[in-house]
Write a protein that binds this ligand. Structure first.
Ligand code: NDP
Ligand code: GDR
Length: 326
């Protein structure tokens, strides 16, 4: 029988790749989309004839109830969030409402209307925060460093609690940074790939950044949505780290991105502005994906340099035709 999947955060980077994957696997796919004054369907334009979009907002319980009733899902992918860490410092209450409580609202909808479904929660390496060990795995304690990280910890434990208290199949993927040509423009890798492409085309001279010394474990998003799916196919609900196992600094990413565009004097094109620093930063994150490999046969493949190349080349191509006249 055709399986049904409900994906929240359908318009985001991960939602778009995940819905592609689920369609390929033959699922009937429902995507939850919130009403905006101008629809934000850019990432899923190519899919909208093949998926059913349902109006709903994580702030609104009744819309989540209706979405679950309409989709009758076998699998629910809980991806919607206020996902930008920097914004969470200036909108902490909104972030808590959406990224934290929003997940509980979805769990309540599942408990009432789809108690036999399986739910994947998009947990984050930001929950580890100020780490006391490296690499981080499923047993590493949480010490979040932003309202976003705090909200994700709340959602993580809510999922564990619904598993233990109500016997629901709810699994967390604790994923480290994963990026792509569909990443939002404010995130570091895309800000850089887009900025480099603009410089390449003569549309800008510099990129303004913050902390170049922070290190992240950066992978390629399409591989990480495959992990989400595998987590829900496992015989029992459980929590898994998804990561490449390698960390690189922001500086290394910037250097590599300029290198892809053939620009060697990258430092001449980068300005630093205090406003891009976080009130409390996470300096170093590197994941141990050993359990995902052992239990689910999953492994990240795209290397750090390949990731920079994919993103910079895509942005250079996107901006082709918008070169400034001399
Ligand atoms: P994006 O920011 O690209 O997408 C977030 C999605 O959530 C968008 O579709 C957005 O809709 C939707 N959304 C936001 N607020 C609401 C709301 N109130 N009601 C309904 N939908 C809402 O995130 P990613 O795709 O990168 O990430 C997916 C999930 O994985 C997020 O939960 C994120 O926190 C988490 N995560 C991401 C990692 C990464 O490196 N990408 C790593 C670890 C975890 P709209 O288009 O309308 O804004
Ligand atoms: P992150 O991603 O906070 O790790 O969260 P982001 O790309 O925003 O930052 C990565 C690192 O780069 C540093 N940095 C800058 N970041 C941005 N955005 N803009 C800048 O100008 C800049 N300069 C330096 C940051 O300080 C940080 O150290 C992402 C999100 O996708 C979360 O939703 C997800 O949970 C985690 O990854 C895992």
């Amino acid at each position: 029988m055709t399986k049904s999947a409900l994906v929240t955060g359908a318009t985001g980077q991960d939602g778009s790749f995940l819905m592609e994957l689920l369609l390929k696997k033959g699922y009937r796919v429902y995507g939850l989309v919130r009403r905006l004054s101008v629809p934000n369907l850019g990432n899923i334009e190519h899919l909208i004839d093949r998926v059913t979009l349902i109006d709903g907002d994580l702030i609104d319980q009744s819309s989540l109830n209706s979405a679950v009733k309409e989709a009758e899902p076998d699998e629910i992918y809980s991806l919607a969030a206020q996902s930008f860490v920097a914004t969470s410092f200036v909108q902490p209450v909104l972030t808590g409402e959406i990224t934290g409580l929003g997940v509980v609202r979805l769990l309540e909808a599942m408990r009432a209307y789809a108690a036999d479904a399986r739910l994947y929660q998009a947990s984050s390496s930001e929950m580890f925060g100020k780490v006391d060990r490296e690499p981080q795995d499923e047993g590493t304690p949480f010490h979040p460093r932003s309202p976003y990280g705090v909200a994700k910890v709340y959602a993580y434990w809510a999922c564990v609690n619904y598993r233990e208290a109500h016997g629901l199949f709810v699994s967390n993927g604790i994923l480290f940074n994963h990026e792509s040509e569909r990443r939002g423009l404010e995130f570091l890798t895309r800000k850089v790939s887009n900025g480099v492409a603009r410089i390449h085309h003569g549309l800008a001279k510099t990129i303004t950044l913050g902390n170049l010394d922070a290190k992240r474990d950066w992978g390629y998003a399409p591989e990480f949505v495959d992990l989400m799916w595998r987590i829900l196919q496992h015989k029992e609900s459980d929590d898994f780290v998804g990561a490449t196992g390698e960390a690189h600094s922001v500086r290394e990413f910037v250097e590599e991105a300029f290198h892809v565009a053939g620009i060697s004097d990258w430092e001449a094109h980068v300005k630093i502005d205090e406003k891009n620093f976080r009130p409390s930063e996470i300096y170093n994150l590197r994941g141990d994906p050993g359990k995902a490999k052992r239990v689910l046969g999953w492994q990240a493949k795209t290397t750090f340099k390949e990731l920079a190349k994919i993103m910079v080349e895509a942005d250079i191509e996107n901006l082709e035709g918008s070169r400034k006249p001399k």
